[in-house]
Design a protein around this ligand. Sequence first.
Ligand code: C5P
Length: 224
Amino acid sequence: MAEMPILTIDGPSGSGKGTVAARVAGVLGWHLLDSGALYRLVGHAVRKAEADFADSAAIVDLARNLSVDFVDGKVLLDGEDVSLAIRTEAAGNNASKVAAIPQVRSALLDWQRDYARSPGLVADGRDMGTVVFPEAGVKIFLDASAEERARRRYKQLKDKGIDVNLIGLIAEIEERDHRDRNRSVAPLVPADDALVIDSTEMDVDAVIERVLRAVYEAYPETRV
Ligand code: C5P
């Protein structure tokens, strides 16, 4: 059986992963996994159930029983449109709290792996290249300075109409990165065989070009 082409893009929040992953998937005609959305959904479910973020057993139970639908570009949780609600920085922070619980991560594992379908997959997250798809043919670790990431995030949230304060945002991003990098399971680190791209001084088109070059080298048959 031919190997399933997989491109993983990991990195800290605000590194531009989401934009790059979506655009590269569009160019290649591959499926897209936004794994952060799954953790954001668990975080949202915890809030909705008014469960305690310290109550791991309740959170694991919610993660195992999530009822999610993706319809017309919208994300529905138990039938409710939560597309915007899961995008706030607070939702990102809640996501990172639930993401530190090992059983939450394993509850989401098969769901994520199921996205690997023909003709290929672009998987965006923190542990795509290290844990979920270690067999991926191309692994990118996209980084940028904390300041630049906060600036990008600020603009992205403002553009979505989400009200945000830059100083608070920098603090939240730092808190979230610290938790993501230092957790005991699947911490945010580049895979040994990842290509690390520092995008601090690069525009998004240059990053996309570099990523596509890596994909065409690994999977020459996908060149369009
Ligand atoms: O990428 P995004 O900002 O949507 O991710 C939200 C949070 O979900 C991250 O801060 C991280 O804690 C968690 N996450 C994770 N593993 C992934 C994707 C996201 O732990 N593969």
